[in-house]
Design a protein around this ligand. Structure first.
Ligand code: SAM
Length: 255
């Protein structure tokens, strides 16, 4: 059963980290005039109304994007992606990608939840966007290697079930055998319980060349278990590490 709804968490500090890093990576990839594939395994609905009761109830966006937005320089790719969204909705990762990609690029977006999927289809309608109401990890395996072969995949599960952690290292091993040139960004929460650590160790052992990028922030409310956000990036675009570095200090200021 799918109970997770991202509207409760959209725009939180982890979203800002993930979306800012995604924007930086896409900015690098689109500097070359060659088309690329963008694949998302867990797309969500694409756009979020941060004034909705669900978002207001948790207050996570108020602790995240509301406090962080002005910290990004005007010429940062994330600032550009936010500015492209003119209807005051918060852009989720598919909308960030749409803002930064070109009509010649191809987007594949998977989302399993029926309501989220319906909203995604409606929000991201375009000739170069393909949506799938199927398991995103399976969709990714079936698409790879994609056409065009250059590209980026974002893997952003909700980690509602423990299997989300345990299946990812094996899944990534199979994927990178088929698509060894793709940039694969796997998001994970940094939890007080340390539940993310075995998965991260497995990923780092199997992919020693990959980049791990983490930021730390205070819990969004008392007792909240998430105290940071991590990205494990296979085939990181050359030069991305130094550009991501200042994010850590930016999030530290939230304390
Ligand atoms: N990537 C989105 C963003 O940053 O804007 C947020 C995605 S949210 C963290 C995770 C999403 O995965 C939820 O919308 C949930 O319904 C969906 N989901 C859960 N299990 C899935 C599966 N097996 N395949 C595809 N989507 C799934």
């Amino acid at each position: 059963m799918l109970s997770y709804q991202h509207l409760y968490h959209a725009g939180n500090a982890a979203d800002v980290h993930k979306h800012a890093a995604l924007a930086v990576a896409l900015d690098y990839l689109t500097r070359k005039d060659k088309p690329l594939s963008y694949i998302e395994t867990h797309a969500g609905r694409g756009l979020y109304d941060l004034d909705a009761p669900e978002a207001v109830k948790t207050g996570e966006a108020a602790q995240g994007i509301t406090r962080l937005q002005d910290q990004f320089p005007k010429d940062h790719p994330y600032t550009k992606a936010l500015a492209a969204q003119t209807d005051h909705l918060y852009p989720g990762s598919p909308a960030i990608a749409r803002a930064l990609l070109r009509p010649t690029d191809t987007l594949h977006l998977a989302e399993l939840h029926p309501q989220e999927y319906a909203a995604l289809r409606n929000n991201l309608r375009a000739p170069n966007v393909h949506t799938y109401q199927q398991d995103g990890l399976a969709v990714a395996q079936s698409l790879c290697p994609p056409t065009p072969r250059r590209g980026l995949m974002l893997v952003d599960p909700s980690y509602e079930i423990k299997a989300d952690y345990s299946q990812i290292p094996k899944w990534l091993g199979a994927l990178t055998k088929k698509w060894n040139v793709g940039v694969v960004m796997i998001w994970y929460p940094i939890l007080t319980s340390g539940a993310h650590r075995p998965m991260l160790r497995g990923l780092q052992t199997a992919h020693p060349e990959a980049l791990t990028h983490e930021v730390h922030f205070p819990p969004a409310r008392d007792g909240h278990r998430m105290v940071g956000s991590g990205l494990f990036i296979v085939n990181p675009p050359f030069g991305i590490g130094p550009v991501l570095k200042p994010l850590a200090a930016m999030f530290r200021k939230l304390t």
